[in-house]
Design a protein around this ligand. Structure first.
Ligand code: PEP
Ligand code: MN
Length: 272
């Protein structure tokens, strides 16, 4: 079936070879699996330092952690902000990890880019066009999450905004979509992985944590994502999930589960 496309730079027709994003020696989309791990939110310096050490020891290459948190309600913990960015940069530097953090508004792109190696656009901001345009003006790698109700066409058009602005370093992230099912937080759309790789040359990352919202489903859906051809994973891990400052403790792996999962992945695909 020929799908009519309104995006161009994101399309594989336009750019047949896979895009490989190189960040501090880590190649994303180059055929080796990249694992990004860490807490939902950067809570304090000790927490992010400890988790960074555990991500590194397990074989992960990228430290994740939100300093600016897009919370559904305004009274929930909103993140540690610029202080969190600094704590995370220090932990990444100390443990030799690339870092990724979410940026929510155009005004904060420069400061997030100063402290983090990869900028994440969250599901709720996939069509924040001012933010996408601003990210297009930088050359920072961007991990663009799929809007929880976005079609592939809308998702690739969102990526197109960043590419059209002049930034070629975009990766796509499937993080689950909203369906009628409420047992899981979202429905991780595994088909998105091969579909996006067929339609586009951009690396595809899977987020089984937000994609399921349930810790016990993270390992199987991680393995399924690898089997489906994902270029990388972004996985929440916390040393004390029951007391995490966001509600995402329920989907966060314990450190030993994270380490065991990465060992299992070594059997499926070599880590960078
Ligand atoms: C996150 O990765 O912490 C996050 C908020 O993800 P999403 O935008 O997919 O909900
Ligand atoms: Mn989270």
């Amino acid at each position: 079936v020929k799908i009519s496309k309104s995006y161009k730079l994101a399309s594989r027709d336009f750019h047949p070879d896979n895009t490989v994003i190189s960040v501090k020696g880590v190649q994303i989309g180059g055929g080796e699996l990249v694992v990004m791990g860490g807490p939902c939110a950067v809570e304090n310096a000790q927490q992010i330092d400890e988790i960074a050490g555990l991500v590194k020891a397990a074989g992960g290459q990228v430290l994740r952690g939100g300093a600016f948190k897009p919370r559904t309600g305004p009274y929930s913990f909103q993140g540690t902000g610029v202080e969190g960015l600094i704590m995370m940069a220090e932990a990444g530097h100390k443990h030799g990890l690339v870092t990724i953090t979410e940026v929510m508004t155009p005004e904060y792109v420069d400061i997030c880019a100063e402290y983090a190696d990869i900028l994440q656009v969250g599901t709720r901001n996939m069509q924040n066009f001012d933010l996408l345009r601003k990210l297009g003006e930088t050359d920072k790698p961007v991990l663009l999450k799929r809007g929880f109700s976005a079609t592939y066409d809308e998702f690739l058009n969102a990526a197109e905004y960043i590419l059209a602005g002049g930034n070629p370093n975009v990766m796509l992230c499937e993080r689950g979509i909203r369906t009628f099912e409420s047992y899981t937080r979202n429905t991780l759309d595994l088909s998105a992985i091969p579909v996006l790789q067929n339609l586009s040359h951009l690396p595809v990352i899977s987020d089984p944590s937000h994609g399921t919202g349930r810790r016990e489903l993270v390992a199987p859906m991680t393995k399924a994502s690898v089997a489906a051809g994902a270029d990388g994973l972004i996985i929440e891990m916390h040393t004390d999930p029951d007391n995490s400052m966001t509600g995402d403790g329920v989907q966060s792996l314990f450190p030993d589960q994270f380490a065991e999962l990465l060992q299992d992945l070594e059997k499926l695909a070599p880590l960078v």
